[in-house]
Design a protein around this ligand. Sequence first.
Ligand code: SAM
Ligand code: SF4
Ligand code: F3S
Length: 444
Amino acid sequence: MVKARKTFKIITYGCQMNQRDSEMMADLLQEAGYEPVAQEEEAGVIILDTCCVREKAENKVYGKLGQIEGLKSSNPDLVIAVTGCMVQQPGVAEKIRQQAPYVDLLLGTGNLQELPQLIEEIKAMHRPRVVVGEQEGQVVEDLPRRRARGAQAFVTITYGCNNFCTYCIVPYVRGRERSRRPENIIKEVKELVDQGVIEVTLLGQNVNSYGRDLENGINFAGLLERVNDVEGLKRIRYVTSHPRDFTPELVTTISQLDKVCEHVHLPVQAGSNRILELMHRGYTREHYLELVADLRRQIPGISLTTDLIVGFPGETEADFEDTLDLVARVQFDNAFTFMFSPRRGTEAAIMPGQLPTATKKERLKRLMELQNRISLAKNEALVGQEVEILVEGPSKTDPDQLSGRTRTNKLVIFPGDQSLTGRLVKVRLTRAQTWLLKGEMVDG
Ligand code: SAM
Ligand code: SF4
Ligand code: F3S
């Protein structure tokens, strides 16, 4: 008898934490004999790795669950699993069970290593399972050897977050901050380099507080120094930086390490001190502007990106104008802009002064218009320069061309052969758009 193929498809929502978790689940499943497939229709197991940072993210998941219900009726053996941050919220597992009773498995972020075993149990018993433990499980290190996927890789350095920004659900669903031991991080980076990786992105909700919970006194600057020493590695990135914890020592260290890329994602969230305080961010706009000046002084050509929230409870027109003013002063290369979304269980969700959606939309539009003008001007200023690009593969918008990123994290599209994927090439920038640059290769 021919054995049936075991196949899976993972659909990932949210941030790089989830992307990394999804990779880990894919590794676990492949270890257990499953093959990844491109289409949901071909999969024997479908996993939705969910995000709940804003309401929109949750709505997408409920929409998707509705779509895949039909697949279950045509294939009763299909196993549908929901994992990720949504599952960690109180009451949400019950809500999904009610709204989508055809879901077979609800699995918390601290229990992912149980995935293959649970799927086998579900197949054998034909009974749904809910496995949601503490968010703060131990840092698990003895997972199967991870597979590199091309020349770039995410490497988690901390789990969870201790900051409790008043709008944010992440500390509730991902638990308190836990740092991985430096030797485990370095071992993982070396293994990835052995598999052909040349660029790593170190991941944490606040990379700047790395090591505070470890007894050996290492901090983020010390970790960067050790990663920088890994032979064969060419580029180091890191997200996310917290302006409160970005020390002058760290700025200097970054300026001295050749592999650390000239880009910082430094979410400011708001430009008004009153709102920053209500957000519990722990810095002022003056501190932020000084930090930006220091980064630009010590790291010439550095690109800066940010996250901004409009319509936080109580935000007045004057507060919002402070945000516009800060954005105009800093001249960010790019910004992710969000309308405040009240998250159940967070402080801001019940603060007085909740704003109507129309006000939030109008402010978001003004902010985006300003930032788009700045992004375009910043890109235009780069035209004519020769830059190093790590080729990521065919461009999504024009598959006949290649796309890749500069050290400053600018997306560049240029003609070239697919075989260059994963390589570093020299490109002259020829044309600027708001979100990307066009270029041509200088040498092969
Ligand atoms: N730890 C990072 C930080 O400190 O910025 C990223 C956290 S979150 C995954 C990414 C972004 O989502 C935040 O920077 C913030 O701008 C936005 N965000 C978080 N909660 C939000 C909410 N309730 N409404 C709107 N945007 C939110
Ligand atoms: Fe959320 Fe703030 Fe933690 Fe970032 S630092 S994950 S915004 S609580
Ligand atoms: Fe979303 Fe969880 Fe990341 S809530 S933004 S996937 S940590």
